[in-house]
Design a protein around this ligand. Structure first.
Ligand code: OTU
Length: 665
């Protein structure tokens, strides 16, 4: 007897039809309890994928057949799901907040740059365990096109691993090894576009109408020109415009929608067959043991004339539908949205309003990242406090991914409104940040470089590693001990805020050691034009050997980071369901943020100034901390330095304050 009471009447009928389509095959190929389990989950999540799909495709002639197709693929994937992963599905349904636990800590690396191959990676797991890693994001590792591949984001085959890294079997084996260490595995799913060399694109080129409908193609410039009027340019230098003329498409060539590089063809999600094929791809990867899918470039999934074709409501409906399909077949798997968009738009990827609990579990907190670097340059936390205060609250079942650096450039997603609200000029501030981090401002400690300057808009972004942008590279070159101290403090300051203000904090490979920029990419013809490679170094295991040397800058960074990580592990207040509230510290150099959790509160204070700063101690009581204060990061056992009612923060210091009084029962 199925429980459909919670479904709207109109949906119950559709549910029964869907169930009828799958149950015979299900019971024929699965144990009775497993089949029942699938149906229990289907009952719960059918409306969550059917409703958005109906909205997206209800008018499409293939809707009914593709829905039936989806059902078949879901059952096939469920039947094929390995036993160990089925158990993980159940475990994670019992512990639905598994990814919010304070022990979650991520590491991000390129397989080849970290350990050559997937097999090589399994010999480096002790290093990750030493850091306390419980989440490993391997940068794109599926088979890409030959030649330039945008760092792996131009996929030719979603079901094969790049041959240089290993095989799909190696990946599945690595996942098993990681699971034995309680490390979950994240990989990229580039679902907005395929490579020009992908089979679907090749069939489109051959003139197959079925596959031409997988992409957005146009016989002439009429539609592309109309679209361009409201589109932005992502890579204005090496891939200007959003459309590419592909002469070899049968019938004399066509314009193809290519938001990113000319060899990255945007998929046409108005076609339900594309949704089905991508859902099937997700299920395939789930069955290899992947725990988290990083959904690349999700703001761009849906196109609509007269709009920026970014963050459209339909893109969110697609994510909800994918999400619900996954929850039926492979609920151990969660989604991470990659959307580098303004604050209000960003939170929607975690699910707000009617989408609460239906969107991605994780999203990159690019606003925090941008504000960290902005504040480090200005030494003034006003814009950061204001911007983060304006963000809608994080939905409690979802988590921010916090990070200091990643493999991409830093795009200054500071809105003009937020800048104006604190008396700043948006364009001027963004220009200042670009000048500062490219080292063009005299006295700047940064060693970054401009990425994709767009003469038409004046926009540009910044490349460079954390150590280069935070001044360590320049300080080491100058052999200036004081500057080295300051740079290390800056690096740990950013890490401390990232660890305290999430979510799952990610460490980008090399940042734990302070790796400098690399310039070897300039000799590689497929990379030279893209200076994001300067912050994608090869792991320097010789430098890593210094990580336990307390005198060496690497040892100091590593130990500082380890201390933050261990401290965080120990407190339930760092659980991701805590609410986050930025506060005015009444000292513009000091950023303050409080985490509220049923077990207590933590007040983060972060001094972004290279001199001592003080903050009135009553900021703690305003944050809800009563009784004597304790800094969780302090190991000296000394009382908190409060003089004349003010807390003293040394240059670039952070504190994680808590009250010694237990919270009211
Ligand atoms: C992502 O980034 C990846 O992180 C990049 O490395 C890829 O080049 C790109 O997709 C294409 O696959 O514009 O500058 O709002 O900001 O998807 C990086 C989302 C990017 C975009 C983001 C994109």
């Amino acid at each position: 007897m199925h429980t459909t009471q919670h479904m709207p009447l109109a949906i119950r009928q559709m549910f029964r039809a869907f169930l009828e389509g799958v149950q015979e095959r299900l019971y024929a190929s699965s144990m009775p309890r497993d089949s029942d389990m699938f149906i229990v989950r289907l009952e719960r999540f059918f409306p969550d994928f059917y409703t958005p799909l109906l909205q997206l495709y209800g008018q499409h002639p293939d809707f009914a057949s593709q829905l039936a197709n989806l059902g078949q693929r879901m059952v096939a994937a469920y039947v094929a799901r390995p036993e160990a992963l089925r158990l993980l599905d159940i475990k994670r349904q019992i512990i639905p907040d598994w990814f919010q636990h304070q022990s979650m800590l991520g590491y991000v690396c390129y397989t080849d740059r970290f350990a050559d191959t997937l097999k090589g990676l399994s010999t480096r797991l002790d290093y990750l365990s030493e850091l306390g890693i419980s989440y490993l994001h391997l940068m794109p590792l599926l088979k890409t096109r030959p030649g330039p591949d945008d760092g792996g984001y131009a996929v030719q085959d979603y079901r094969a691993v790049a041959p240089a890294l290993g095989t799909m079997r190696d990946l599945a084996e690595l996942a098993t090894e990681l699971h034995a260490r309680y490390i979950s595995l994240c990989i990229d799913l580039v679902l907005n576009h395929t490579a020009h060399e992908h089979e679907w694109a090749q069939r489109a080129i051959a003139g197959d109408p079925k596959y031409l409908a997988y992409y957005h193609t146009f016989p002439d410039r009429t539609e592309p020109d109309a679209y361009e009027r409201t589109l932005a340019e992502i890579f204005p230098t090496f891939a200007p415009g959003n459309f590419t003329w592909v002469p070899e498409i049968a019938g004399g060539g066509r314009w193809v929608w290519t938001t990113f590089n000319s060899y990255q063809w945007d998929l046409n999600y108005r076609n339900p067959a594309v949704f089905c094929d991508m859902a099937d791809t997700m299920l395939f990867l789930a069955n290899q043991g992947i725990d988290i899918l990083r959904l690349d470039a999700v703001p761009y999934l849906w196109k609509q004339p007269g709009t920026p074709c970014r963050n459209l409501p339909e893109a969110h409906l697609l994510l909800q539908a994918f999400r619900a399909v996954m929850r039926v077949v492979a609920p151990a798997v969660i989604f991470k949205a990659e959307a580098m968009v303004p604050p209000d738009e960003l939170v929607r990827y975690l699910g707000v309003g009617a989408a609460t609990g239906k969107a991605c579990e994780l999203a990159y907190h690019n606003q925090l990242m941008v504000q960290l670097w902005s504040t480090l340059a200005t030494q003034d936390a006003t814009l950061m406090t204001h911007t983060l205060q304006q963000m809608p609250p994080t939905p409690p079942q979802a988590n921010w991914i916090t990070y200091v650096r990643n493999h991409d450039d830093i795009g200054w997603a500071v809105t003009d409104e937020h800048a104006a609200a604190v008396g700043m000029d948006g364009p001027q501030h963004r220009q200042f940040l670009n000048d500062f981090y490219s080292g063009a401002i005299p006295g700047s400690f940064a060693r970054g470089a401009r990425f994709q300057p767009n003469p038409a808009t004046g926009d540009t972004r910044i490349s460079g590693t954390t150590a280069a942008l935070a001044g360590l590279e320049a300080a080491l070159e100058a052999n200036d001990p004081h500057q080295i101290d300051l740079a290390i403090q800056r690096i740990l300051l950013l890490a401390s805020v990232s660890l305290a203000a999430g979510g799952i904090p990610l460490i980008y490979m090399g940042d734990e050691l302070g790796l400098p920029n690399t310039h070897t990419f300039l000799d590689a013809p497929t990379k030279a034009a893209d200076n994001r490679w300067m912050h994608r170094p090869t792991m320097d295991w010789q430098q890593a050997a210094h990580r336990h040397d307390p005198q060496h800058p690497t040892g100091r960074i590593f130990a500082g980071l380890r201390h933050l990580i261990e401290t965080r592990f120990d407190s339930a207040i760092f659980h991701g369901a805590a609410s986050l509230q930025p506060l005015w510290s009444n000292n513009r150099h000091v950023f303050a943020l409080v985490r509220h959790h049923p077990t207590g509160h933590i007040l983060l204070l972060a001094n972004f100034h290279p001199s001592d700063q003080t903050v009135a101690a009553d900021v703690a009581s305003a944050a809800g901390l009563t009784g004597p204060l304790r800094d969780l990061l302090d190991t000296t056992g000394q009382p908190l330095p409060i003089t004349a009612g003010r807390i003293l923060l040394p240059p670039y210091a952070t504190m994680w304050l808590t009250s010694s009084d237990p919270p009211p029962a």
